[in-house]
Design a protein around this ligand. Sequence first.
Ligand SMILES: *[C@@H]1O[C@H](CO)[C@@H](O)[C@H](O)[C@H]1NC(C)=O
Length: 512
Amino acid sequence: MRQQCLFLCLCVFVGFVQNAKILSIFPMHSHSHFTLGFNLLQEMAKRGHQITFISPYPQKKPLKNFRDISIANIKPALDELKKELFRLEDGSPIDNFRYMSKMGRAFTELGLASEEVQNLLKSKNETFDVILIEHFYNEAQFALGHHFNAPVVLLSPMPSSVLNNHLFANPSPSSYVHNLFAPFIQYMTLTERLKNFYYDTMMAYYQYYEELPFQKKIMEKFFPNAPPFEEILYNSSLLLMNSHPSFSDPVPHMANIIEIGGYHVLPPKKLPDDLHRYLNESKNGVVYFSMGSILKSNVLTKEKRKCFIEAFSKLKEDVLWKFDIDIEDLPPNVKILKWAPQNEILAHPNVKAFVTHGGLLSTIETIYHGKPTIGIPVFSDQKFNIAASEKFGYAIKVPFDGITEKKLTKALNEILNNPSYKENAKRRSAIMHDQQVKPIDKAIYWIEYVIRHKGAPHLHCAALDLSWYQRSMLDVLAIIAGAIFAVIFIFTFAVKTMCGKKRKTNTKLKKQ
Ligand SMILES: *[C@@H]1O[C@H](CO)[C@@H](O)[C@H](O)[C@H]1NC(C)=O
């Protein structure tokens, strides 16, 4: 009873938020992006908030406190664009950036044009307390905040990058913050720093002269009454960032950038009976192999598959392979699963290693469960994720292009028989789990915080309101440089005139 009283008092005191109305958009046609939104919002719905969720994957069965707004209409166009992804394996980080921004323009516009979103925008009696937007090449959608007159919280699916730093004037010097699209790690050599600076500069260039002007046009088309794009762009209250020192570099973060990496990993559910039995009964342990949801049989060609099958057949361990088609004549220790509960499988103690494409969510889940990995990166941030995993000592990289049975066998033997990989994976896992509050509670706390403090304008950093030369102290440096020049000038002038006078008096004296 006393506790309840205390709780009530506390609620009144801090202005407890319950039953908040939350509008959220996760605009990208990809299951990992959807998961990042859904796992958080589902938890918020359970805690009593009213969720309206715009995404390409509406629920089949309605959930309590949860309303779906479908943008499944973006799928056909995006499927077309995704085909280009695989040509990018050798593309430069800048090609990657420009490709993603092209994709972004497509899904930003198509998402806003969808009938269900248009109905929501036109309806007169919709109100929301906060708008949660996944920030991923979709800046035009920030105008939803202005449209519904509610503060905007952004969620970045990846760590600090060119994409989000400028929105909060977050410092990210090229000297030690590696470009997210480049396979560098924190300590860069001189050549790497040169490249890093080049990537940062070029991406900023493409962002300001290519990406953002497009987004501006899209915003003006769908929100004709909105204030200027620049005002919308730099007016978000908070950025929730999918990063954490257990898997990303320790880098600067403004007071309104909150790291919540690991929040999407739910407590493992019960495994299906047959899978549970398989994992329990495997004598020498299991290797789990999955290349994520994008890399399907059309990319993993027959020849490449043969490398994997031959390498697996030489193992004493069993192999669980998540793949979209059946393969005939598999060795007896290999089993294909068309659908696999990855989180639950990785949580099983008999799983010895994970062969992965190194997507960020898979990387986080690996660390969460402390499993050593073999990384086969294909594009985007995967190369960096795996470079970092190698640095942390729990992974071995095998490039997708030019993969051979020999390379795979070598890597598998090393990962399974050298205990240091497992120990390092456990060490990273301990870092991820050692937090004051669970990342999901932290994420929800901060969203409620923004509601309680009406957009939390006190967290807005003055750096955003300075011009570029003020922020980089160029005006101050110019004054100091000017002052130094003035002193030098006056000094030399004085010396010169004094010497001149002396000389004159000297010659006068001589004449006399
Ligand atoms: C900026 O955000 C605040 C709330 O966080 C809101 O009151 C204000 O209208 C917004 N300004 C613009 C231009 O959207």
